[in-house]
Unconditional design. Structure first.
Length: 148
């Protein structure tokens, strides 16, 4: 599921696709929890129970609706949004580390390549973004989608 924009002024449609059949199965105006709630209401509880996995972006209203109506379904985030979130986390941690090194007036740290692109800090960044101590404590399972 995803949203598509139409007209200027932030007008959206929520679109639900069947990826196995490669077809649109539902569309609704808006991109809110209530919009997606309408989809689940229209298909009914029995058909919703048949849903095994849902591919979506990280839009909180969609995630709230999914957790309410299909909590058993695996949530798969599209790789574009996963990579974008990782990039934000890395930038945030890198900037914090740079500021900390600046406060210490450490010239060696400020020229350290690991502060420019700190892969070693990725687990810390994940934890900071989701406000958890360890990445494995994330609230939703994040499935790998072509990231090998």
């Amino acid at each position: 599921m995803d949203e598509v924009s139409y007209r200027s002024g932030h007008k959206y449609l929520t679109v639900v696709l069947d990826l196995e059949e490669t077809k649109v199965v539902w569309g609704g105006e808006g991109r809110s929890k209530e919009t997606l709630d309408k989809f689940f209401s229209e298909i009914g509880e029995e058909r919703a129970k048949e849903i095994r996995a849902i591919a979506t972006d990280m839009w909180d209203p969609y995630l709230a609706s999914i957790s309410e109506h299909a909590p058993w379904a695996k949530v798969v985030f599209d790789k574009f949004h996963v990579i974008a979130e990782y990039s934000k986390m890395i930038d945030r941690v890198r900037n914090e580390e740079y500021r900390a090194a600046s406060d210490l007036h450490s010239a060696d740290l400020l020229t350290d390549f690991s502060l420019i692109f700190p892969i070693r800090l990725l687990p810390t960044a994940i934890g900071r973004l989701w406000n958890v101590k360890k990445p494995e404590d994330l609230p939703l399972e994040i499935c790998k989608l072509g990231l090998e």
